[in-house]
Design a protein around this ligand. Structure first.
Ligand code: HXC
Length: 514
């Protein structure tokens, strides 16, 4: 055959396979409000950058009528491309081909692209849209999942791994996303569960819809499995692009800096926190007042809202923010907030992103529910994560820093590099009311006017202990600063810390309170 003929034949062969499950199945996919897998890849990557791997890979299963079945690409599209000009590895399961179910060859296409991402030290993005383990393949499918989970774990902390749930993600399939760094879900499209509604009905006799069991909102708000929630697939792809612009491509690098810009209008930071220490406010306004262009890319926005985490830039460089949110539960730490912050801190530490902590919280949430839910074990994760992190760590105590919360929120004692407090900060073992009631109980009870004495004792306690100057006198905070100085001081601290080198004893790895 002439080379022209060969090329024509190749193009025809490719065109057939690229159609996946065929026109009808693609129409069904679109009717479900979902983009076809190939369209998703092309929409997410920079135009013209996709380079496909393994288009012609075929399954080798011979049982259950599979011998005669051709599955285009074995139900998954894999390859390399660029996003914002930076290289990535990507795969997208194709639901039009046998429900995107995962057989051994399908899995091997995924593990090959994961290996490639790890070798090239570039991010790996997985688009999940699958009925789970291909039932006809039995153990081959289970082996495939295991090989994916193994690679997710080995690559953890070396390259960023992103999971995008754009359809069902059922059974064991959910564990690959759970092992990756960031999970993206889309309203009405994403479904994640270990056991589906039919199994639940059979075993437990309970009827529940896929949406209520494991829809996008369930994972964005209740379980915390999803870090980002979007209303459309295109909005989700924009979130991915923004995230990748803010984080480094691997653990040897730092995030690419961009020339810093001021916002058109920057709110006066000193006017954000109410004078009354019992009044709530939105801590995100403090973050907006600190970042370049007042931009903040929030992670886990809908889950455990009593703590705020996310990325912003200061003087052009990416910073991870961890901030108590007085607007929800007064900003207390609880099981979920501790999990949320601890994992984020570990991501920042693994990927060379300095951490800025903004503190205003009355301590850990008291109560039987929290104790029985394991607030000791979960709370310890934060202590571990901050202590372990060797990236530059800065803390600003905005207002309250009580008890265990004072220690947990990146205190000097856990290795903070810079700790500043605003003049209204209250740093104490507990809130003044509680403290006065305990230590002056006898005097209050014996007084003629109990309430007057109680108020007097609270005042005394505030003056003596609940201020930043006791901590400052001991050197636990470096300076009491004016709020307006905060951005400048943080930028200075970040620039001083550029070459930070914090040696730790040699060990295989620590044993965090998972
Ligand atoms: C083989 C599958 C499949 C699977 C779907 N298909 N899931 N084939 N193995 N796991 C096929 C269907 O037979 C169908 O083929 C096509 O894909 C589309 O599926 P539909 O059911 O028509 O689509 P829909 O109505 O949208 O429902 C999607 C679904 C449902 C909710 C995902 O298919 C479903 O419940 N599938 C099984 C989910 C599940 O229980 N997975 C867990 C597997 S066990 P045709 O030829 O008719 O088009 C597991 C354990 C792994 O994952 C453990 C690893 C640690």
């Amino acid at each position: 055959m002439s080379s022209k003929k060969n090329i024509t034949a190749l193009r025809q062969k490719k065109a057939i396979v690229e159609k996946g499950g065929g026109d009808k199945a693609i129409e069904k996919q679109i009717a479900m409000g979902k983009m076809p897998a190939r369209v998703r890849i092309l929409a997410l990557l920079d135009e013209g950058s996709f380079n496909e791997f393994d288009l012609f890979v075929q399954h080798e299963e011979r049982n259950f009528g599979m011998a005669s079945k051709e599955l285009p690409g074995d139900g998954v599209i894999t390859g390399t491309g660029t996003i914002n000009g930076a290289p990535v590895c990507i795969y997208a399961q194709d639901f039009t081909v046998m429900g995107g179910s995962l057989g051994l060859k399908h899995a091997r296409k995924i593990t090959k692209i994961m290996d490639h991402a790890l070798k090239m030290k570039i991010p790996c993005i997985g688009i999940n849209d699958s009925g789970g383990a291909r039932i006809q393949e039995g153990i081959g499918a289970l082996a495939g999942y295991g090989e994916i989970f193994y690679r997710n774990t080995i690559a953890s902390g070396v390259i960023p791994q992103l999971s995008v749930i754009l359809g069902p993600c059922a059974g064991g399939a959910v564990y690959s996303p759970a092992l990756t760094d960031f999970v993206f879900v889309v309203e009405n499209i994403s479904k994640m569960f270990i056991t589906g509604p039919n199994v639940i009905e059979t075993v437990l006799g309970e009827k529940i819809s896929q949406e209520d069991l494991g829809g996008a909102r369930v994972h964005a708000e209740i379980t915390g499995n999803a870090h980002f929630y979007a209303t459309t697939e295109m909005a989700c792809f924009q979130q991915i692009k923004t995230l990748l612009s803010l984080i480094p491509h691997n653990n040897d690098q730092k995030a690419v800096p961009v020339p810093p810009k001021d916002p058109k209008f920057r709110r006066k930071i000193e006017n954000i926190i109410p004078a009354d220490p019992r009044q709530p406010y939105d801590v995100r306004h403090v973050i907006f007042a600190l970042t370049d262009e007042s931009k903040f890319f929030e992670v886990h926005e809908l889950w455990a809202a009593n703590i705020v985490i996310g990325f912003g830039r200061m003087d052009g460089n990416t910073v991870g923010f961890v901030a108590n949110q007085p607007m929800y539960l007064a900003g207390v730490l609880d099981c979920d907030a501790s999990d949320k912050a601890a994992r984020f801190i570990r991501f920042c530490d693994a990927f060379n992103i300095p951490i800025v902590t903004l503190e205003d919280m009355p301590g850990y949430l008291p109560g039987v529910d929290q104790e029985h839910a394991g607030v000791i074990r979960h709370g310890a994760k934060m202590l571990y994560a901050y202590s372990e992190a060797s990236v530059p760590k800065m803390t600003i105590i905005l207002r309250k820093a009580y008890g265990g919360g004072y220690i947990a929120m990146n205190s000097r004692h856990l290795g903070a590099d810079f700790v500043y407090a605003w003049p209204g900060a209250e740093i104490a073992v507990m809130g003044p009311e509680g403290a006065a009631n305990i230590i002056f109980r006898k005097e209050i009870m014996e007084a003629e006017d109990e309430e007057a004495v109680r108020q007097q004792k609270v005042k005394e306690y505030v003056e003596k202990f609940a201020n930043p100057f006791v901590a400052a006198s001991k050197g636990y905070i470096d300076a009491v600063i004016e709020p307006a100085e905060t951005r400048g001081l943080l930028i200075h601290a970040l620039s001083v810390s550029k070459n930070k080198d914090d040696h730790r004893p040699k060990k295989k790895h620590g044993i965090p309170p998972f």
